[in-house]
Design a protein around this ligand. Sequence first.
Ligand code: UD1
Ligand code: CA
Length: 454
Amino acid sequence: MVAVAILAAGKGTRMKSDLPKVLHTLGGRSLVQRVIDSCHLIAPSRKLIIIGYEGEQVKQSFEHSSSLEFVEQREQLGTGHAIQQLLPHLQGFEGDLLVLNGDAPLLRPETLENLLQIHQKNNNAATLLTANLPNPKGYGRVFCDGNNQVSQIVEDRDCNAAQKQNNRVNGGIYCFNWSKLAEALPKLSTNNDQKEYYLTEVVDYLNPVMAVDVEDYYEINGINDRYQLSIANDILQDRIKKHWMSVGVTMIDADSITIDDTVTLAPDVILEPQTHLRGNTSIGAKSRIGPGSLVENSTIGEQVTALYSVIADSEIADNCRVGPYTHLRGEAKIEASCRIGNFVEIKKTQVGDKSNVAHLTYLGDATLGQEVNVGAGTITANYDGYRKHQTIIGDRTKTGANSVFVAPVTLGEEVTVAAGSVVTNDVPDHALVIARQRQRIIEDWKAKMAQKKS
Ligand code: UD1
Ligand code: CA
């Protein structure tokens, strides 16, 4: 059995923020959420989050996750003190405890799986993740004998000049045999420069303790300030983009593109400059997104183009052409082979196959059939100031330029709507509806006015 404990009680003073450090986001997920998600290959039987500074806020960020246990560390007296708080919670627990830093969000699930395997295979009391850093400043230094057996960990500020030369650092990620750790925890002292209880001191009381080097040392990067957060973002983006390029996605000016790691892309997708893909988004084969598009929590089919557009919480089926300057939001559903054009906003509306909504239109709370042609400037008046109402438009209907549908209203199939109509009543199939003042001409108006004046 494996339990995971995540250290998340610190304030993160150097972030200079009202928000606790672990709630800052990286690529759409909070730092601590990322750390939790990095355990998914291990499938721990218990997940304990040690909270302290603004603990309630950290707790609330997980409203929908009942599988977490929160352990309060009232005073932050050090990483060892934080883990001591687990003693009453894990009484009688038999198995291994994985300890993770809540501020190290770049850890790979495979790395944790490997660490745990090595730990269990060697029957270690503790196994820790280490790295050889070109610039080890700030990290605890790990001292080993030839066989990666750890003899000592010394914090940067406690190192003498010779010890500082060691660039093998402690990643702050550990596997412990819980019952052995539980015996060692009460022995911790505050005998160090910070007068804190250091978790790293347990290596003095445990045997054997093994160090395992991580291949990609970015994985242990701790976030302490906004600069490091931005560097972590660069590293994450680089990882995500390399992955998608390796499976056949083209990116033009990749540096100007951002992609959350929750996004999925099919082969031969082309991403143009200044395109941003967020949340639960997927894009089908041979689609071309951008330049200048933002797609969030949306599903886009194959061979779709979306130029300078904002698409949120929506679906677009195959072969659609979207933009420039289209805004789809709130469950817009565009079926196959549609053309959605310039300055069009569509909300909570379904548009049937092969329909055109090409210019200057707002469709809200509407259902359109197939092969509908929506004229320039068509508007659904869906809100009466109190409630939203539905507009239904049948197959092959054509709405004239500048027509307004005052919802609730239903138009049948193959209806023709005269330009400039304000439609307030239902229209049957195959009809023409004209709902506007007939044009009047007054001949010689100028002369008549001049006569009146004199
Ligand atoms: C720690 C390690 C160091 C390692 C580094 C890796 C110790 C003593 N040192 O140092 O060897 O190289 O991580 O990043 O463990 N926290 C609590 N309660 C506390 C103190 C800290 O929950 O009382 C949490 C913090 O919120 C943070 C994590 O523990 O998420 C690490 O604490 P931090 O103070 O950043 O430790 P480092 O000095 O970086
Ligand atoms: Ca740290």
